[in-house]
Write a protein that binds this ligand. Sequence first.
Ligand code: AMP
Length: 411
Amino acid sequence: MDLLDTQEQMKFEDFALEECILQDIKASGYHAPTPIQAQTIPLVLEGKDVIGLAQTGTGKTAAFALPIIQKLHGRMELGALVIVPTRELAQQTAKVFQMLGKSSGVRVVVLVGGLPMDADRKAITSWPNVIIATPGRLIDHLESNTLNLREVEILAVDEADRMHDMGFMPQLRRIFACLPEQRQTVMFTATLPKDVQPIVHKHMIKPVTVQVGLQLPAERAEQQIIYLPVERKTDVLLDLLKHNRGRTLIFCRTKRGVDKLATQIGRSVRGITRLHADREQCARDEAMAGFRAGKYRILMATDIAARGIDVADIEHVINFDFPHAADDYIHRIGRTARVAATGKATSFVTPPERKYLRNVQRLLEIPITNLTDEDLSAPPPVGSEEHGSRRGHRRGPPRGGRRGRTVQAKA
Ligand code: AMP
């Protein structure tokens, strides 16, 4: 379903939400519910357990935040727990709660690794209504008896598939064991991995499954695959960065890969920052804030960071390394073309990565743009983005696709 269809069919005023919440929705610039919001908000408000199968970028955070804010509006005690896979997503989710719960006075606390436990303890005693946490830090608090979850009435598990991929299933099971049995549970995930299904059966009561298709956000992003040999990746990346001056997110598979590439391209391109799990929390925060504020034009990240990045106007997502799982592809591409915007996504595929591309092609049709013979025989760039020129190399991004001749790249 397209966003516009839903806009014609549903309004936020159709939901049983307090006037002050409707005001905050308006102030946040949301005009109409997205498909996942239209379908899940009424169910969650009714008190049903819900599984929302939705990609990132579809508006799923507000789909659970709005009913939680409505339920906890005017209450003093802790009523909701939101579990998310990454620190960045936790911060992002807290912002949505703060924005949509501003007038209702909902108090949110974020518990994530990388910050001192003492600060958490203080926050926990400040009477939050909603706790947003990553599994590891939540377990730390449960083990040190600094938090009890006995009053939680509504649990939201966001990006359950991601938590599964990150090996958080044992932690999730332990957290479930600390929650009261009488509660409402909502789970959002792009897919329902096999290992997550027992959790659903054991801990959710007659859940209603709501699915919005894979079409958002990936279809709005203009996607391009470039076949190329591994040794040309850095040159082609520099070329792309030279011709696309907008805010760009580059994905590498490993933390070391991010660091290495940042050093390499940092010699000729300015305004680069990095986001991955080995960086200190303050450095990660600075990277995100700087990228958001425009201090950095280019953010280089691993998949772990992909889920938490909600920055407006990311013009270009570049998969420097092609993701191994189709889900990761969709999540990465979801960083551009958020909700109503459009964006561009370029993925490099080297010969050994073609098998991963097939995983994605089972779900999505992506136009393949091969580098032409001319592109591949062009000499690597010399000089820099700001100062240099490229000897003997044509101007403009790699040719191919609709305009160019399609050939197989030489490996
Ligand atoms: P999410 O999938 O929750 O990460 O949301 C993706 C983006 O959509 C965020 O930037 C939200 O602020 C935005 N968003 C959420 N709901 C709406 C809506 N109803 N209308 C417009 N934008 C929205």
